[in-house]
Ligand binder design. Structure first.
Ligand code: NDP
Length: 357
């Protein structure tokens, strides 16, 4: 059973050497009486929040994203040499096939998505909303790491529940071509909004305009003054900002917001590798423009997952919602695929294939 093990807490940009690939053995049958489920992992998902799990435990972020157990703190906790080979793979989201089950809701051959180890086979304990059985297989299975999984739910909950969009409103999305952003833009178009996205390359900007139907898009790496760029695309101001990056972009957006605008704070990827997060200077605008700025975690919205599927599946089947994935091949590609997120190497939802069923 190949596994990806997290070496020790990271500060600054993570490196591939922070993640080691090891091999252990695993019994492909569950012990008698177990209520767990043994799965074969097919696709594993690379998600920005995993960088937060790699940082030193911090009570602030831990309430939303718990830190990983590291190889070295496991060894320190065990303190005994003969336990020093205990390894824990990092945890992430994946699409998996059931090999053996002691749980009444799952049988051999079922497909599920949810939390698994970054390894070829995982024994999982089912808790509330930790895993979802895959019922619809007429769409690509890999979509359950993205469009039909956690990022899809994030876009859905963030846009409809937090932003309270109305037809004709102006919407700005940062990291717009990624797993979450590309969907927010498409939801905004379905709602009849005017939507502009920012992304980090010409290829991504072209995708936003030609594939995802954004009204306009710009490459933030080519803009010296984000605020001036936003004024160009939103001369009347922004009603809704779907925040994925934080830092200077958030600052520039705040002064370009309209009265009673809404900001859904989904993520702040530009800050995850910084020791000291950048300051935001334009906070008084929140008061003057009566802006509603709300952070949210997708984990608080999983009770709406089946409603989300009922909403999104018809659009996918009719070709009205499209999705771009960046699929790395093979278990060994996992660490570099994950780290590539922080350099914008991914074009669309990043995942990697562990096994083709
Ligand atoms: P993406 O697929 O968008 O991948 C990350 C992208 O972020 C990169 O491709 C890159 O795109 C951009 N990026 C990386 N570093 C920087 C930087 N320093 N400044 C600006 N942009 C950068 O990821 P997701 O769609 O999965 O996630 C988007 C955001 O949503 C993240 O912040 C994530 O943490 C958050 N999130 C929050 C959830 C919640 O429950 N609140 C759930 C899921 C995601 P580019 O080339 O355009 O720079």
């Amino acid at each position: 059973n190949k596994q990806i093990i997290f070496r020790d807490y990271v500060s600054g940009f993570p490196r591939e050497s922070d993640l080691n690939i090891t091999t252990t053995t695993i019994d492909l049958r569950l012990p008698e009486g177990s209520t767990s489920v043994l799965v074969k992992n097919l696709y594993l998902s690379c998600d920005p929040y995993m960088r937060i799990c790699m940082g030193k435990p911090d009570p602030l972020s831990s309430s939303l994203v718990p830190p990983y157990k590291t190889d070295s703190n496991m060894k320190r906790m065990c303190m005994l040499d003969h336990f020093s080979d205990i390894k824990l793979p990092i945890i992430g989201l994946g699409v998996s096939k059931v090999i053996d089950s002691g749980h009444p809701d799952y049988k051999k051959g079922d497909l599920l998505w949810g939390l698994v180890g970054w390894e070829e086979y995982s024994v999982i304990t089912l808790t509330h909303y930790s895993h979802f059985k895959i019922q619809h297989t007429d769409v690509p299975l890999s979509y359950y790491t993205g469009l039909l999984g956690m990022p899809g739910m994030t876009a859905y909950a963030g846009f409809y529940e937090i932003c309270s969009p109305k037809k004709g409103e102006t919407v700005f999305v940062s990291a717009a071509s990624g797993a979450v952003g590309q969907l927010v833009g498409q939801f905004a178009k379905l709602m009849g909004c005017y939507v502009v996205g920012s992304a980090g390359s010409k290829e991504k900007v072209d995708l936003l305009k030609t594939k995802f139907g954004f009204d306009d898009a710009f490459n933030y790496k080519e803009e010296k003054d984000f605020s001036a760029a936003l004024r160009r695309y939103f001369p009347e101001g922004i009603d809704i900002y779907f925040e994925n990056v934080g830092g200077k972009m958030l600052d520039a957006v705040l002064i370009n917001m309209r009265l009673h605008g809404r900001v859904a704070v989904c993520g702040m990827i530009s800050q995850y590798n910084l020791e000291d997060p950048e300051g935001v200077h334009n906070l008084p605008t929140i008061l003057y423009k009566r802006i509603q700025l709300q952070g949210f975690g997708v984990c608080d919205f999983y009770d709406k997952y089946s409603k989300f599927l009922d909403f999104v599946l018809p659009y996918i089947r009719e070709g009205k919602i499209t999705y771009v994935e960046d699929i790395a091949e093979g278990f060994e590609s996992g660490p570099s695929a994950l780290l590539g997120l922080f350099e914008g190497k991914n074009v669309g939802k990043q995942l990697f294939v562990v096994a083709h069923e």
